[in-house]
Design a binder for this molecule. Structure first.
Ligand code: IFM
Length: 455
């Protein structure tokens, strides 16, 4: 069963829904700039208007209330509250988030605030961004502002969303803003600064908070899960899940990002494998990064099935040609919501939140004016059935945030992908409940009792 106070939620992020990119004193960030470059984003889409949530947040909170959400995870756009990333505060931007938080609380929905979902202020980028060590303090100051203005009402925070993506896709492959293919050595420097900035933000949030707060981080991974319950297959999954990839793909891992925070240091395997590319890592850095946190978030969408091969090496089970996939071509692997939380908690020993999970479908408005999305309902029931099994087996899962409340701007794929429980007609900005939105409402109301659990 899910615990009685389980945080049934949905998640969004600032640039993906807010719009109003040049309003009320907001500064520019790297996505504002990147989306204007030719050929970067599907059909030249931008987040300039997105879901116009900046002007329609009251309507969106009303939807959340009607859905029965207990929790809502959103992110603050750093450049909206500090247009240059440091120094001057934009009161209008602070006001927007303040009103949003008040509306959520009035609706009985707990806000979970993410500090950074990829909007690096452009002024800081020009100063070197994640390459510049000063960003540790810049991010710390930003965290202090967040604590000063919102911690009277918000008590749960995530520092970063998916560092794997904003460093890997932003600076290694160049598919995301700022679209660079930096030297591998630089990406390790940036990653180290991200981890130090995380530690500094944890310190500053606690230092300035007006009441006790709980803090975590929300990384992501494709979960390796075992082909059977046999101990050797489980060991194969464990090794794969916490193992480290080769350099060209190095950011796609769990342990480089999470071991320093939760186990007090970078994993030995990585120190050996990546050694020649690493910056100097001091004892002081190690301590800063390892600030105690309260929970561990993980964005989980899919996984890979593995077994222990005859030579004692993990092997991947080959997928058939007709393996189920989402519209975005991601494999459908519900087992990842059982094995992910279980293996992550075994290693890191922290309460877990599933900070994102969901799928993109080719949703359309039918002749009856509704959006029928049985595929999403099937996906969510299977995945949540596995999460329920994890809870039943004693994994301490505190909450689940469906990605996403609304269809929104899916980064370099623009508006071509629809992840929402609520359909957005981008021309009229009309919100239309999908069948899955109604289904989720019922599920929340019964605390997931009707979900089938396999095994
Ligand atoms: O839309 C993204 C989100 O911003 C980060 N996690 C994955 C989602 C779907 O791709």
């Amino acid at each position: 069963m899910f615990p009685e106070n389980f945080a049934w939620g949905a998640a969004t992020s600032a640039y993906q829904i807010e719009g109003a990119v040049a309003e009320d004193g907001k500064g520019m960030h790297i996505w504002d700039v990147y989306t204007k470059e030719l050929g970067r984003i599907f059909e030249g889409h931008t987040g300039d208007v997105a879901c116009d949530h900046y002007h329609r947040y009251e309507e969106d909170v009303a939807i959340m209330k009607e859905m029965g959400l207990k929790a809502y995870r959103f992110s603050v756009d750093w450049s909206r509250v500090m247009p240059e990333g440091r120094g001057k505060v934009n009161e209008k931007g602070v006001e927007f988030y303040s009103h949003l938080i008040d509306s959520l609380l009035e609706a009985g929905i707990e806000p979970y605030l993410t500090l950074y979902h990829w909007e690096l202020p452009y002024e800081l980028y020009k100063k070197g961004g994640w390459m510049n060590e000063e960003i540790v303090e810049w991010f710390g100051d930003y965290a202090a502002l967040i604590a000063d203005r919102f911690s009277d009402r918000v008590t749960r925070f995530f520092t970063f969303n998916e560092p794997q993506c904003f460093i890997g896709l932003g600076f290694l492959t160049g598919e995301h803003a700022p679209g660079l293919k930096s030297p591998v050595r630089d990406t390790f420097v940036m990653a180290h600064h991200v981890l130090k900035a995380h530690g500094r933000a944890v310190q500053r949030l606690r230092e300035r908070a007006k009441q006790p707060v709980e803090i975590g981080i929300a990384p992501t991974i494709s979960v390796s899960y075992p082909a059977s319950d046999q101990p050797e297959d489980v060991e194969a999954a464990r090794r794969e899940l916490f193992g480290l990839p080769d350099l060209e793909n190095w950011t796609w891992n769990v342990s480089w990002w999470s071991d320093p925070i939760l186990l007090g240091g970078y994993p030995e395997e990585g120190l050996e494998k990546y050694g020649p590319y690493l910056p100097k890592i001091t004892e002081e850095d190690r301590k800063l990064i390892a600030q105690p946190i309260d929970f561990y978030g993980q964005n989980i969408y899919n996984g890979r099935c593995v077994y222990m091969g005859e030579e004692g090496k993990p092997c991947e089970v080959k997928r058939n040609e007709d393996f189920l996939r989402t519209a975005m071509d991601w494999p459908i692997t519900p087992e990842c919501l059982y094995w992910g939380p279980r293996l992550l908690q075994e290693r890191y020993k922290k309460p877990i939140y599933i900070t994102e999970n969901g799928l993109s479908c080719r949703d359309i408005v039918s002749a009856d004016g509704r959006v029928h999305d049985p595929g999403r309902i099937e996906f969510l029931s299977r995945y949540l059935g596995e999460l329920k099994r994890a809870c039943a087996d004693g994994v301490d899962v505190r909450g689940y945030f469906q990605w996403s409340l609304l269809d929104n701007f899916e980064w370099c794929r623009g508006y071509g992908e629809r992840f929402g429980l609520i359909y957005v007609d981008y021309q009229s900005q009309k919100r239309i409940w999908k069948d899955s939105g109604y289904w989720y409402r019922k599920l929340i109301a019964e605390n997931g009792r009707s979900l089938l659990v396999q095994n």
